[in-house]
Write a protein that binds this ligand. Structure first.
Ligand code: PMP
Ligand code: GLN
Length: 389
């Protein structure tokens, strides 16, 4: 037997960078701008409804597809914001966060040996889920500093074995919001090559300036080949609740239910009630989310620039990419982020972990600006004291 009993195809996925950097942050009592989670409470209505449900005894298994009230609320949300008409019973399924939704979808839809193409950099769980499914993960680069997609490069990455394209917009870790042209280009390629699109839209309400979130499922002909994934974690600042959902034609929901029922089956009954209340909040409350985060983005961008980083533009999410080259640090982003908590009292994520070819992103680090203004200002001051020195 080798040193580890872990199956070979998962050996590259043992510790996520988020736990590694959060652990370092705790160890050095640093401001954690690494792992993406907010430091303020979500809407009171959402919290109150979860408490009410819990006290009312809603503590047993929910239905495998999620409580009917939440499925109806998800369908209503898609109609209100995107004009998408969904059957809440057949075309909506609740999951244990977007993470389970993505893993269950990939396990259900990716044949062993099939290829899955994602945007590079990509959120780490995609490659892990493809490895679990026995598929092959390929990436197509978003080009910094604007992180635009070259559609010819996407087309060149497609082979007769490609089965799925994973889209993520607003995009983690770059903050890029895919433009209408980019989305149309992806849609055209998906149609021409008869591919399934898995789209991760967990940051759908965190969009700034004149950027717009366009679900790819709303483009002509795309609903039939698209599985849309979102989550309450970021929208309602409840990342620990792990309530996510999928919306898709019934054939996909049925297929994905097959894997999902063998993973969690179902989860979080009282939280599902809380999220139902959240999705029922008036649209202004959702718009306020983007406005609030835009302000925080500006505070961190200014602070990082002041500290000497070269900050890349951010259209959405609560992440910001920054180039450390101007700092004259002798090492790559990984070494920088490993030293940062002890050195400055701030934690960040080395962006190279999101790249298939990490050496091409050795100068990039990701900061999360989902923190109170005074916390961001303090983090920026700490970075400026050290990095400029
Ligand atoms: N997708 C992306 C792009 C993310 O950044 C995250 C982290 N919130 C997730 C999925 C996971 O979402 P959840 O916590 O709902 O599983
Ligand atoms: N989505 C969060 C991020 O990108 C992390 C979630 C996790 O810890 N797995 O920071």
């Amino acid at each position: 037997m080798t040193d580890t009993p872990l199956v070979e195809r998962l050996r590259g996925f043992t510790t996520t960078i988020f736990s590694e950097m959060s652990q370092l942050a705790t160890q050095h009592d640093a401001i954690n701008l690494g792992q993406g989670f907010p430091d303020t409470a979500g809407p009171q209505e959402v919290l109150d409804e979860a408490v009410r449900a819990l006290r009312a005894g809603r503590n047993q298994y929910p239905p495998g597809h999620g409580i009917p009230e939440l499925r109806r609320a998800i369908a209503e949300h898609q109609r209100t914001f995107y004009d998408l008409e969904l059957d809440p019973l057949r075309e909506v399924m609740v999951s244990a966060g977007a993470t389970e939704a993505m893993s269950a979808a990939i396990l259900a839809l990716c044949e062993v040996g099939a290829e899955v193409v994602a945007l590079e950099p990509s959120y780490d769980c995609y490659a892990g889920a493809v490895a679990m499914a026995g598929g092959r993960f390929r990436q197509v680069r978003l080009h910094e500093p604007t992180y635009s997609l070259d559609l010819a490069e996407l087309e060149a990455a497609l082979t007769p074995r490609t089965r799925i394209i994973i889209v993520n917009s607003p995009h983690n870790p770059t903050g890029h919001v895919l433009t209408r042209d980019e989305l149309h280009g992806i849609a055209e390629l998906a149609s021409r090559h008869d591919l399934i699109v898995l789209t991760d839209e967990v940051y759908e309400h965190m969009v700034f300036d004149d950027h717009r979130h366009i679900p790819i499922a709303t483009l002509p002909g795309m609903f039939d080949r698209t599985v849309t994934i979102s989550s309450a974690g970021k929208t309602f600042s409840v990342t620990g609740w792990k309530i996510g959902w999928l919306t898709a034609p019934a054939k996909f929901i049925d297929a994905i239910h097959t894997t999902k029922q063998n993973m969690t089956y179902a989860n979080g009954t009282p939280f599902q009630h809380g999220v139902t209340a959240g999705l029922g909040l008036p649209p202004e409350r959702f718009r306020a989310i983007g406005i609030g985060y835009q302000r925080l983005r500006d505070i961190l961008a200014e602070g990082l620039t002041e500290a000497g980083f070269d900050v890349h533009p951010v259209g959405g999410t609560f992440f910001m990419m920054a180039d450390i080259s101007p700092l004259n640090f002798d090492g790559d982003g990984y070494e920088f982020c490993r030293r940062l908590p002890e050195w400055t009292g701030v934690a960040a994520i080395p962006a190279q972990v999101f790249y298939g070819e990490p050496q091409t992103a050795r100068n990039l680090v990701r900061f999360c600006f989902g923190k109170r203004p005074e916390v961001l200002a303090e983090a920026a001051a700490r970075l400026a004291r050290i990095c400029r020195a």
